[in-house]
Design a protein. Structure first.
Lengths: 816, 154
C-alpha cells in the first residue's frame, strides 16, 4: 500500500474545497427527462463548486478523461457525478479519480437515473427539480468526505461447493484442477443430482449418465476434492476470504470398506419407495442410490431400518456383509471447516402437479410427469427401459405431452421453466426411436426452441411424425374400464374443439426453487428474486456473483437452466472464485466503524448490537475499539452510542445530516425522506427505476449500508425541519445482509413511534418498510401511500410537531 | 339508449395477460353443447378486434357463467366478469337475443319467465297445492331498479 499521507497529499488537505460536478445525460435515459444543462448550471452556484459540466455519457472514455483532466487542471479535491445508481458505476468513477491522484473515497454520486428520470418519465419539471435536489445533497455530502484507505484481508485458498449436481461437480473440478482444495457438500448419499436421473440430454441425445459418470468418478478420486455426502451446511460465519462453515455429516452406517457388492440388499426385510426412480420402484432400507453412485458405497436409511433409535432388532445386513462394513453405532458429526470462497449449486425441485385437479395427476395412474417418464424409459429404471403405462403395464400406443404444467401461471410458477419444451421434444423423439408406430401428440402454448441445435431437434420431431397441437386441454377424463384418458380442449389454430383419447399422458412439469432454499439464503445472506431463485449481483455483468463477497452461484439454483448452461455457469463461478484464491487477498471497503477512545465511556452497548463481534474492550481497558478486519460496515453500532464516541467511515453523522438538510431545504412539508439500505431497499428503488415504475417525485433517498445505521436523531431532525414524512427501509427481517442487524432498526423505529405518540404526533408520518431488491413495485407502492398521507397533513400540525420535538430536545440538552 | 364502455366495469389489463392456452375453452361446458362458443376466442377478439366487434356477436350469450374457465385459467383472468360486462354493453346497444328479451318482458309482466299452463295440474299430481300469487309489481320494481327497462320495454 502507498503511504497514506502521500496518496492524500497532492490535492487534499490545503483547506480549500474544490468540487467538480458532472451531470450525465446518459443519452436520452436522463437527458430525455431531466434538463441536464439546467442542473449543471444550478450546481455551479453551489458552495465550493469550481467546475460543473454536463456530458452525454460520463462513463465513456472521454467522459472519464474530462474528470481526470479537470482534477489536475482545476486542482479538484472532490468529485460529484450525477448519473446512474452508485451500485453500477461507483467503481468506474472511483477508478478514474484514483488514476488522477485523488483518493477514490472523495467521489460522491447523485442517482438521477434510476431514482429520478426513469421513475418520473412524464414530468420534466418535477424530475429536473428533484435532480437539482439530489445534486445539492451530493455536493454537500462531498464537501465532508474524507480520504479512506482500504484494508487488505487474506483469502484462504480453500473452496466449498454446496450441492453435488452437475453444476456443483463442474465447479468443484474446475477449482480442484486449478490447485485449490475443495469441499464438495452433498445432501444425499451420492453426487449426480438431477442429471443422473435423466435418460438422455437434448439436443444431442447423449446418454445422460454415460457422460456424467466419468465426471462423478473424477470427483471421487481427485486428490484436491474432499467429498462430503449426506452432509448439510448448518452454520456460516465470517466473511469473504475467511468463512467458517459448520457442516452436519450424517451417519451412513456403512463404513468405507464397502465394495458395493450388494450382498446386503437381499438380506434386508424393509421396503420403501425409491426416490431416485421418482417413487416408481421400491428399494430396501440398506441401499445405494443408483448403480453409478459416487461414493460407490451403500448406506442405511435409518427411518426405515428396524434398528432405529438404538434398538438392534435386526442385523441381517450385518450378517450378510462379508467385509463387515455395517456399523449401526455410526453417529452424525459436525465438521468445522474454514474456506475462502463458496459456490452455491443447490439445484431445483420439480413442480408437483397434484394441485391442478383437472389433470388428474395422482388420481389417474396413466397421468405421469416428465421426471417419472425419464426413469421409465431409462434402461436402469424400474421397467428396464420398456415404455409401459402404470395401470396395466401395457405399452401405450397413443401418448400425449402437456406443456407448461406449473409454469407461466399465476396459479403456480409465473416464469417459464426454460427446459420443458426441449425436454418434451427429446422425449417424443426417444419414443419414436424405439417404437416408431407410437402416435405422439404434444399440446403446447408456445414451443421455445431458442438454443443452439434446438430448432433442428424440434423440426426433426415434426418430420418423424410427432403432432404438435396448439392448445392445452382444459380437462382430462379417465375411462375407468380401460384406464384411457380423454383430453378435452381446443385447437386454437383451427379454432375447433377437440377430444382425444390417449393411452398415457405425460405432464411436462416445470422446475422451482428448492423448498428449503430459504435456509441457505439466510446462512449466506443471499437475496432471492420474486420467483424465489437466488439473485445474482448484477443480471448482466455479474451473473454468477452474489451480493455477499466470496459467494458465487452455479446452476439452476439461480434460475431455471439446462445442463449446458449449468455447466457454463459452474465454470464461470469457479473462475470467479479462482481469481480470489489465486490473488490470495482482497480489499475490503473502508466503511468500518470507528470509536473515539476519549469520548467512549466503556458502556459496551455498541458491542452488544454488533452482529460480527467486531467490537472489543471493556471497563478495565476504559474504552471499546473496533476490530477493523472483522467489521463489515453496517453501522448498527453508531446510533447505539449516547456519547457521540462512535461514527462510521464514509457514512459519518455529519455527512448524512448534510444530505438530510439539503433534502428538506425547500418545501420540507411536501417531502418524504427515505433512508434506504444499500442491499435491499436502495436496490429495490433502483429496480423500480429500471422497470420504469412511476411514483411521486417528492421522495429523497439517502443511502446507508444497513437500515440499522439510521439514527433516531436523523428522524427527529427531519421532523424538526418540517419533513412531511420519513421512511426507514431495509431488507426483510432474516434477509438482512448483516446478520439480522436490522432487528435494531425495528427496535429503534418502534421506540420512536412511542415517542411520537407521547408528543401527540401523527405516527403515520414515520414508516418502516421492508423492501427487497426485487420489490420495485412495492417501493413505488409505499411511496404512493406515503405521498397520499402527506397530502392529508395540515401544515399547522407539521409545524406543531416540529415545535414539540424541538422543545423536548432543548429541554433534554439543558437537562444534561 | 346509452352505450357503455365495458372497460369501466372490467380491468382491461387483465386481458393482456392471456396467452391463448385455451384451457378455458377446453373446460367450458357451454362449448360442449355449442361448439361455436369459446372464451379463448372471445378474449382474443376483445384484444385484436376491440370490444365493439365482440358485442355484435351473439356467441357471448352462450356463456353460462359457471366460472370453471376462471378457476382453471393459469393467469387468473376473471373471464366470467368479462362476459357479464360484455353482455351489459351488448344489451344497452340493443344486441340482446330476441328470446331473452321476450323472457324478460314476460318476467316483468307476469312474474314468470315462461308460461307453463299445466303447472297447477302437475303440482296437484305430486300432491302439492297451487303456487301462491306472484307479487308482479314488486318484481317489476326490482327489475326497474336494475335498469333493465333501459334495455327492454315493459
Amino acid at each position: 500500500m502507498k503511504d497514506k499521507s502521500e496518496l492524500a497529499k497532492p490535492y487534499y488537505g490545503d483547506g480549500d474545497l474544490r468540487i467538480g460536478v458532472y451531470v450525465c445525460h446518459c443519452g436520452k435515459n436522463i437527458g430525455g427527462v431531466v434538463r441536464c444543462e439546467e442542473v449543471a448550471e444550478f450546481a455551479e452556484g453551489l458552495p465550493n463548486v469550481i467546475v460543473s459540466k454536463d456530458s452525454l455519457y460520463t462513463c465513456s472514455e472521454p467522459g472519464q478523461e474530462q474528470i481526470k483532466t479537470d482534477i489536475k487542471e482545476h486542482k479538484l479535491n472532490r468529485v460529484v457525478v450525477a448519473s446512474c445508481t452508485p451500485r453500477l458505476h461507483e467503481p468506474t468513477f472511483r477508478a478514474a479519480c484514483e488514476s488522477a491522484g485523488l483518493n477514490p473515497y472523495l467521489l460522491e454520486m447523485a442517482n438521477i437515473r434510476e431514482h429520478c428520470s426513469w421513475a418520473h418519465l412524464h414530468d420534466k419539471d418535477l424530475a429536473t427539480e428533484k435532480a437539482k435536489d439530489l445534486v445539492a445533497m451530493a455536493v454537500h455530502r462531498a464537501a465532508l468526505l474524507q480520504p479512506q484507505f482500504e484494508l487488505t484481508v487474506p483469502v484462504k485458498r480453500v473452496a466449498m461447493v454446496i450441492g453435488g449436481g452437475v453444476a456443483g461437480i463442474q465447479a468443484a473440478l474446475d477449482m480442484a484442477d486449478a490447485g485449490y482444495k475443495v469441499y464438495l457438500v452433498e445432501r444425499s448419499g451420492s453426487i449426480g443430482g438431477r442429471m443422473a436421473q435423466i435418460d438422455k440430454t437434448f439436443p444431442t441425445m447423449d446418454c445422460s449418465i454415460c457422460i456424467l459418470a466419468p465426471k462423478m468418478s473424477e470427483v471421487g478420486r481427485h486428490p484436491n476434492i474432499e467429498l462430503l455426502t449426506l452432509s448439510e451446511v448448518k452454520e456460516v460465519d465470517g466473511h469473504i476470504g475467511n468463512f467458517r462453515v459448520k457442516v452436519l455429516k450424517k451417519a451412513r452406517y456403512v463404513t468405507k470398506g464397502c465394495t458395493a457388492c450388494g450382498d446386503c440388499i437381499d438380506a434386508c426385510p424393509q421396503l420403501t419407495p425409491d426416490e431416485f426412480n421418482a417413487g416408481l420402484s421400491i428399494r430396501r432400507a440398506i441401499y445405494m442410490p443408483f448403480a453409478q453412485a459416487v461414493p460407490s458405497q451403500f448406506m442405511i436409511d435409518m427411518d426405515r431400518c428396524l434398528n432405529n433409535q438404538g434398538i438392534v432388532a435386526c442385523d441381517r445386513c450385518f450378517q450378510a456383509c462379508s467385509h463387515k462394513c455395517i456399523d449401526y453405532a455410526d453417529t452424525d458429526k459436525i465438521l468445522e471447516l474454514e474456506v475462502g470462497t463458496i459456490v452455491v449449486a443447490t439445484g431445483v425441485d420439480v413442480y408437483d402437479p397434484t394441485a391442478l385437479t383437472e389433470l388428474g395427476y395422482g388420481r389417474f395412474p396413466n397421468v405421469i410427469t416428465t421426471l417419472e417418464f425419464e426413469r421409465l424409459i431409462n434402461a436402469g429404471g424400474p421397467s428396464s427401459g420398456e415404455l409401459i403405462r402404470p395401470s396395466d403395464r401395457k405399452r401405450p400406443e397413443k401418448v400425449a405431452f402437456l406443456q407448461c404444467i406449473g409454469s407461466r401461471s399465476k396459479r403456480s410458477n409465473p416464469y417459464c421453466s426454460n427446459v420443458c419444451c426441449m425436454n418434451t421434444v427429446k422425449d417424443a423423439l426417444l419414443i419414436k426411436e424405439h417404437w416408431p408406430e407410437t402416435e405422439i401428440y404434444v399440446f403446447y402454448i408456445d414451443i421455445r426452441a431458442f438454443g443452439k441445435g434446438f430448432e433442428d431437434l424440434f423440426q426433426r420431431a415434426r418430420r418423424e411424425g410427432v403432432t404438435f397441437i396448439r392448445g392445452i386441454p382444459g380437462e382430462i377424463i379417465e375411462d375407468i374400464d380401460t384406464g384411457n384418458l380423454k383430453l378435452l380442449g381446443e385447437n386454437t389454430l383451427l379454432g375447433t374443439p377437440y377430444r382425444y383419447e390417449m393411452d398415457m399422458v405425460i405432464l411436462s412439469v416445470g422446475i422451482k426453487p428448492r423448498s428449503d432454499a430459504g435456509t441457505l439464503q439466510r446462512l449466506l445472506n443471499l437475496s432471492t428474486d420474486t420467483d424465489g431463485f437466488y439473485m445474482e449481483a448484477h443480471p448482466k455483468l455479474r451473473p454468477v456473483d452474489t451480493t455477499t463477497g466470496g459467494v458465487f452461484l452455479a446452476g439452476a439454483a439461480e434460475g431455471p437452466k439446462d445442463i449446458k448452461d449449468s455447466v457454463t455457469q459452474a465454470s464461470a463461478a469457479a473462475s470467479r472464485a479462482n481469481i480470489l484464491m489465486s490473488r490470495g487477498e482482497v480489499k475490503v471497503p473502508a466503511i468500518t466503524a470507528k470509536i473515539d477512545p476519549n469520548k467512549c465511556v466503556a458502556c459496551g452497548l455498541c458491542a452488544k448490537v454488533c452482529p460480527y463481534h467486531a467490537i472489543e474492550g471493556g471497563k478495565d481497558l476504559g474504552y471499546y475499539r473496533v476490530i477493523e478486519a472483522a467489521c463489515q460496515g453496517c453501522g448498527a453500532c453508531v446510533p447505539e452510542c449516547k456519547f457521540g464516541a462512535l461514527d462510521q467511515s464514509h457514512f459519518t453523522e455529519e455527512q448524512i445530516i448534510s444530505q438530510l438538510d439539503q433534502a428538506v431545504a425547500k418545501d420540507p412539508n411536501t417531502k418524504i425522506i427515505c433512508f434506504a439500505c444499500n442491499w435491499c431497499s436502495y436496490a429495490g428503488a433502483d429496480f423500480a427505476g429500471v422497470s420504469r415504475i412511476q411514483y411521486p417525485a417528492n421522495v429523497r433517498i439517502i443511502r446507508t449500508m444497513c437500515s440499522a445505521r439510521v439514527s433516531p436523531e436523523w428522524i427527529e431532525r427531519a421532523f424538526i425541519k418540517g419533513a412531511g414524512a420519513v421512511l426507514v427501509s431495509g431488507c426483510h427481517p432474516s434477509d438482512c445482509h448483516y446478520n439480522n442487524a436490522n432487528q435494531n432498526t425495528l427496535k429503534r423505529v418502534e421506540k420512536y413511534w412511542k415517542r411520537m405518540e407521547k408528543l401527540g404526533i401523527n405516527k403515520d408520518r414515520l414508516r418502516l418498510a421492508w423492501i427487497s431488491a426485487a420489490e420495485g413495485a412495492q417501493f413505488a407502492k409505499v411511496i404512493e401511500e406515503m405521498a397520499a398521507g402527506i397530502k392529508k397533513l395540515r401544515s399547522e400540525s407539521i409545524h406543531a410537531a416540529s415545535e414539540a420535538l424541538l422543545k423536548r430536545k432543548t429541554k433534554k440538552v439543558e437537562g444534561s | 339508449m346509452t352505450t357503455i364502455k365495458i372497460w369501466n366495469f372490467f380491468p382491461r389489463e387483465a386481458l393482456y395477460e392471456c396467452y391463448q392456452c385455451a384451457r378455458c375453452t377446453g373446460s367450458c361446458p357451454a362449448m360442449e353443447v355449442a361448439p361455436a362458443y369459446g372464451p379463448r376466442e372471445t378474449i382474443l377478439k376483445c384484444l385484436n378486434l376491440g370490444h365493439e366487434a365482440v358485442v355484435q356477436d351473439e356467441k357471448i350469450w352462450l356463456c353460462c357463467t359457471c366460472n370453471v374457465c376462471e378457476d382453471r385459467c393459469p393467469q387468473k383472468i376473471p373471464i366470467s366478469d368479462l362476459l357479464v360486462a360484455l353482455r351489459n354493453s351488448a344489451a344497452r346497444r340493443g344486441n340482446i337475443p330476441g328470446k331473452l328479451g321476450m323472457a324478460i318482458e314476460l318476467l316483468a309482466k307476469t312474474g314468470r319467465s315462461m308460461i307453463v299452463h299445466q303447472l297447477d295440474e302437475m303440482r296437484a299430481h305430486h300432491g302439492l297445492g297451487p303456487l301462491p300469487p306472484i307479487p308482479v309489481d314488486e318484481i317489476k320494481q326490482i327489475l326497474k331498479k336494475t335498469k333493465l327497462n333501459d334495455v327492454i320495454d315493459f
